[in-house]
Design a protein around this ligand. Structure first.
Ligand code: ADP
Length: 503
C-alpha cells in the first residue's frame, strides 16, 4: 500500500477552525450552560479545540431560529436554492486540503486526498430544481389533479464521528435542497469538520437559520432533537442501539425518520476471482479509516478451494499496512477513542476465546502506548455464529469463514442481522448476476469493496442496517412530503330557465 507523506503534527487552518462556539440562527454562540467538550486528536491525545456542550435549551433556540428562517427558504425558487448549494460546494472544493487535514486530525486517519464532499453536494444541488409532482386524472373535465412535493419545515439530523464531513454535507445538503431548515448535531468526538462546513455554508450565502449546528453529547443535545415538538422529520446515522432510541423518541413525537446503522458486510470470494486485484482491495476495505466505516467488508466468505491461498495473501497484505499518526507516512491511523479501543481489543479477545485463529495482528502495535492504535487483525477458522462474525466491531478486524458451495456462501453472507453492503469477487458473470440478486444488502459491489464509485448511488440498509436512502437523487425526495391538490374551475353560473313572463 502506498503510504501518505510526512507533515506537521498539528495543522489547523484558522479560517476553518471554529473553537468554542456553535451555529444558531447565523450566530456563533456558546452553550447556554457555558460548558465545553475537548476535541482530541486520537493519535496524540492532544486537544485540538473545544466545542460547546449544548443542551435542550440550545436545541430549542436552534429550532426557533430554523422556524424563523423556514418560510423565506421554502419560498425561494428552487433554481436559486440549488445555486447556493453549488456555491457551497465550490467553497468546499477551494478549501479541500484544509478540510481534509481537519477531518484527518479529529478522526485520526491518514489523509485521503481531496474529500468527496464537493462532488456529493453538487449531485444533490442538481436535484433541488428536480423535485417534481404528478398530474393526475380526474372525474370531471373541469378539474385538475396534482401532487406537490413540499418540505417538512424544521428537520433534525444526528451524525456520527467516522466520516463527519461527508455525513454533514449529504444530510444537510439533501434536507435544505428540498426547502427544509435543519438543526444538526455532530458527534462529540468529531464536530470540527461539520462546524467548518457550516461556516462555509454561511459564506456561500445560505441564509442564517437555514443550517443550525448544536454540538454536545448524545444523551443531552442529541436526545433533545427528536423529542422537540417542532421537529417534523429526522435523519440518523450511527449505531443500531442509538438508532433504536432515536426511533422510540420519534415514535413518541410522531416524527418520520430514516436510519443508517451498522453493517457486517460480507466479501464473498469465488475460486475464479482475480486475487491480485481482490486482496489489496479487501484489505483496504477493512483498514480504511481503521475499519471505522459502516460499509467495511469485515467478513470474508470464501469457497474452500481458494481458502488457503487467500488467507496467506490477506495476511501478507495486512502486514504491509503501516500504522501511525496522521502526520506520519502511514496507511492506517488509530481508533477514535479509548472506548472504541477497549471495544475492538475486547472483540479480539472474544474471537480467540471462541476458538478462532489469529493469523496476523491481534493487539496493540509495538511502540504505540499513546493513542488508540490497534493492529490490522486477521482471524481464520471463524464459525458463522461466533460473535466476531455476527457483531459490528468497527475496527480493522477481518474474519475468514470457509464454505462448500454457492448456496452456503449465500446463507452465510446473509446470516447476520445486518444488510448494508455485500461484495462478490468473481470473473463469472452468471455468479455475479445470481449473487447480486440473492444477497440481502442495500448495496452489492461486484469486484470492488465498500460499494463505492457509483455517482448518485442511493446508500442505506436492509434489515437492522436501517431504512431510507441517503446520497442518491431520492435522498432529496425523502425530505419532502406529498400534497394532493384537487382544483376545480370556478363553477359557471347556471343559466336561468326561461319562464312565460320572459316572453
Ligand atoms: P458510537 O457508539 O459509535 O459513538 P452512536 O450511535 O452512539 O455511535 O453515536 C452517533 C451519534 O448519535 C453521535 O452524534 C452521538 O452523540 C449521538 N447519540 C448518542 N446517544 C444518543 C441519544 N441517546 N440520543 C440522541 N443522540 C445520541
Amino acid at each position: 500500500m502506498t503510504a501518505t507523506t510526512e507533515r506537521p503534527e498539528t495543522t489547523l487552518d484558522p479560517d476553518l477552525l471554529v473553537d468554542g462556539s456553535m451555529l444558531i440562527g447565523g450566530e456563533w454562540v456558546p452553550s447556554s450552560g457555558g460548558e465545553t467538550i475537548d476535541v482530541v486528536n486520537p493519535a496524540t491525545v492532544q486537544v485540538l479545540a473545544r466545542v460547546p456542550r449544548g443542551n435542550a435549551a440550545d436545541v430549542d433556540a436552534a429550532v426557533r431560529a430554523a422556524e424563523q428562517a423556514f418560510p423565506a427558504w421554502r419560498d425561494l425558487d428552487a433554481t436559486s436554492r440549488g445555486r447556493l448549494l453549488f456555491r457551497w460546494a465550490d467553497l468546499i472544493e477551494q478549501h479541500g486540503t484544509a478540510l481534509d487535514q481537519l477531518e484527518s486530525q479529529e478522526v485520526g486517519r491518514p489523509s485521503w486526498g481531496p474529500p468527496p464532499m464537493a462532488g456529493q453536494l453538487r449531485f444533490i444541488a442538481g436535484q433541488a430544481d428536480k423535485v417534481q409532482g404528478l398530474s393526475l386524472p380526474t372525474y370531471s373535465p373541469d378539474q385538475l389533479g396534482l401532487t406537490l412535493r413540499e418540505p417538512y419545515g424544521v428537520v433534525g439530523a444526528i451524525i456520527p464521528w467516522n466520516a463527519p464531513g461527508p455525513m454533514f454535507a449529504t444530510e444537510v445538503g439533501a434536507a435544505i435542497a428540498a426547502g427544509n431548515t435543519i438543526v444538526i448535531k455532530p458527534a462529540e468526538d468529531a464536530p470540527l469538520t461539520p462546524l467548518a462546513l457550516a461556516k462555509l455554508a454561511l459564506e456561500a450565502g445560505i441564509p442564517p437559520g437555514v443550517v443550525n449546528v448544536v454540538t454536545g453529547y448524545g444523551g443531552e443535545a442529541g436526545a433533545a432533537i427528536p423529542a422537540h415538538p417542532s421537529i417534523r422529520r429526522m435523519g440518523f446515522t450511527g449505531s443500531p442501539q442509538t438508532g433504536s432510541l432515536i426511533m422510540k423518541a420519534c415514535a413518541d413525537n410522531l416524527v418520520p425518520l430514516h436510519l443508517e446503522l451498522g453493517g457486517k458486510s460480507p466479501q464473498v470470494v469465488f475460486p475464479d476471482a482475480d486475487l491480485d486485484a481482490a486482496v489489496p482491495a479487501m484489505v483496504m476495505g477493512i483498514t480504511l479509516n481503521t475499519g471505522q466505516i459502516c460499509a467495511a467488508g469485515s467478513r470474508v466468505v470464501c469457497l474452500r478451494s481458494v481458502h488457503d491461498e487467500l488467507v496467506d495473501r490477506l495476511a501478507a497484505q495486512m502486514q504491509r499496512v503501516r500504522v501511525g499518526a496522521w502526520h506520519e507516512p502511514v496507511n492506517m491511523g488509530p481508533l477514535i477513542s479509548e472506548r472504541q479501543h477497549q471495544r475492538v481489543l475486547g472483540y479480539i479477545d472474544l474471537g480467540r476465546e471462541a476458538g478462532a485463529e489469529v493469523v496476523t495482528g491481534g493487539g496493540v502495535p509495538a511502540g504505540y502506548d499513546t493513542g488508540y492504535f490497534v493492529e490490522p487483525t486477521l482471524f481464520d477458522n471463524v464459525a458463522p455464529d461466533m460473535r466476531i462474525a455476527q457483531e459490528e466491531i468497527f475496527g480493522p478486524v477481518l474474519s475468514v469463514i470457509a464454505v462448500d458451495d454457492e448456496a452456503e456462501a449465500i446463507e452465510v453472507a446473509n446470516g447476520t442481522e445486518y444488510g448494508l453492503v455485500a461484495s462478490v469477487w468473481t470473473n463469472d458473470v452468471g455468479t455475479a448476476v445470481r449473487m447480486s440478486r440473492r444477497l440481502q444488502a442495500g448495496q452489492v459491489a461486484v469486484n470492488s469493496p465498500l460499494g463505492a464509485g457509483v455517482i448518485g448511488g442511493p446508500f442505506g440498509g436492509y434489515k437492522h442496517s436501517g431504512f431510507g436512502r441517503t446520497m442518491g437523487a431520492d435522498s432529496v425526495l425523502e425530505w419532502t412530503q406529498v400534497k394532493t391538490v384537487s382544483m376545480r374551475a370556478a363553477v359557471p353560473p347556471v343559466p336561468r330557465t326561461r319562464t312565460p313572463e320572459d316572453d
